[in-house]
Design a protein around this ligand. Structure first.
Ligand code: PLP
Length: 446
């Protein structure tokens, strides 16, 4: 095992390294240096073991230390470490992965375009959607509607599709022709209403927006089946059927961003299957390779693929690492293991329901206004007063997140919401431990 000098690493980190989504000045030389990981645990340079209830960044679905994935990468790197799929070449890992993905995807999806990340997948979506409407002879249909507080990545297109106000404010003018509607966030924005009525209302804001803009301008609607980075916002049951109805009625494309929900997170291969919707495009990444190597893609439904292929000619789009052989080989092995070990069925039938019951016990904590979950996604709403559900002053979430680390667990804070998304291989005993550590972190915060 490699030895590390923690102080020296911290100083070098602070001097030279700009972390993503981090206030570098506030961080100073206080980084926690993560050096290794096994199963659902990460270890820091000072030897502390920490339960990773975020699966890295919602991605390490198979857990850490899987030799099969290391072997798949090593073998592919020895045989063909790099080649591309541009023009008229292809290589076996990309071809096999494409076949496997389309077998797992809903029936109407038979093609995939590979990328290197979720953000690149959403950039690809913007270009595909606009090309589709050009080819249909309606080039004025350019507007893509996303949601406030949705997250679709950090590239200019990803940040524009997303509805994160601070990203828009810091990024200057974003991509034109992107609009945003309400999010189906019942606890935060609809508690005075029945959840199902609220779900319908939130969905109908899409119809309102289409009418305001004029359907002749609207190309597509994009949303995560469950908003992840926005705070694990699980829509009321009424929401998605109404969204599907509106997309069908107005003939606009439906894009389900499966970057978090894909590959078992909610107990089905894709979140869209849980909510019974039929997206035209599904951006994917993260759990596709359990985060072992970077790879993403867009699953393309027949309606779009057939037109692009038959009438589109060359699609002037692609990345050096589209379908990178080592990443594709690891992703393929990852999918095989998820399947062979019945991981996703277990999330649906065993660990998901068990997690739901145990996580719900946190609702009785004095700081928790709501404890919700779906599959292996969970959220806690922190409140200062359980009677009125009054919120704390800003900063409570990051305080709780720091207390989590002290308690030996990684949870993420989104404003005043604490979220978790543990590896899908978590056992019932480990779920008990996760809940105990989460409770301890809340106690420290109270
Ligand atoms: N889409 C969703 C739903 C995400 O949650 C994320 C990342 O968290 C992205 C896209 C962007 O993915 P990446 O960070 O791989 O670019």
């Amino acid at each position: 095992m490699q030895q590390h000098d923690t102080q020296e690493l911290r100083q070098q980190d602070s001097r030279h390294h700009l972390h993503p989504f981090t206030d570098t000045k506030e961080l100073g030389d206080n980084s926690r240096i993560i050096t290794r990981a096994e199963g659902i645990y990460i270890y820091d340079s000072e030897g502390n073991r920490i339960l990773d209830a975020m699966a890295g960044l919602w991605c390490v679905n198979l857990g850490y230390g899987r030799q099969e994935l290391v072997d798949a990468a090593q073998q592919q790197m020895q045989e063909l470490p790099y080649y591309n799929n541009f023009f008229k070449t292809a290589h076996p890992p990309a071809i096999k992965l494409a076949k496997k993905l389309t077998e797992l995807a809903p029936e109407h999806i038979n093609h995939v375009f590979f990328t290197g990340s979720g953000s690149e997948s959403n950039d690809t979506v913007v270009r595909m959607v606009r090309r589709y409407w050009q080819l249909k002879g309606q080039p004025e249909k350019t507007v893509i509607i996303g949601r406030r507080n949705g997250y679709h990545g950090s590239t200019v297109a990803g940040a524009s599709l997303g509805g994160m106000a601070p990203m828009h404010e810091q990024g200057g003018p974003m991509l034109p022709d992107i609009e945003h509607i309400a999010q189906p966030y019942w606890f935060g924005e609809g508690r005075e209403m029945d959840p199902q009525e609220f779900g319908l209302l939130a969905a109908r804001s899409l119809e309102q927006k289409i009418k305001t803009l004029g359907v002749e301008r609207v190309a597509a609607f994009i949303a995560e089946p469950v908003q992840g980075a926005g705070g694990v916002i699980i829509p009321p049951e009424s929401y998605w059927p109404e969204i599907q109805r509106i997309c069908d009625h107005y003939g606009i494309l439906l894009i389900a961003d499966e970057v978090i929900c894909g590959f078992g997170r909610v107990g089905q291969w894709f979140g869209s299957q849980h909510f019974n919707i039929k997206p035209d495009l599904m951006p994917i990444a993260k759990g596709l390779s359990s985060g072992y190597l970077p790879i993403g893609g867009v699953l393309v439904g027949d309606r779009v693929a057939d037109l692009l292929i038959e009438q589109g000619g060359e699609f002037y789009h692609g990345f050096t690492y589209s379908g990178h052989p080592a990443c594709a080989a690891v992703a393929l092995r990852n999918l095989e293991l998820l399947e062979q070990e019945g991981v996703i069925d277990r999330v649906r039938d065993v660990t998901g329901p068990y997690f739901a019951r145990q996580w719900a016990t946190l609702a009785s904590h004095p700081l928790v206004g709501e404890a919700r979950s779906l599959g292996l996604l969970g959220a806690l709403e922190l409140v200062a007063d359980k009677g009125t559900m009054a919120r704390f002053a800003p900063g409570i979430g990051s305080q709780c997140r720091d207390n989590c680390f002290q308690s030996g667990i990684v949870m993420r804070s989104v404003g005043e919401t604490m979220v978790v998304s543990p590896p899908l291989v978590i056992t019932e005993a480990e779920i008990d431990q996760l809940v105990t550590l989460a409770r301890r972190s809340l106690d420290l915060t109270a």
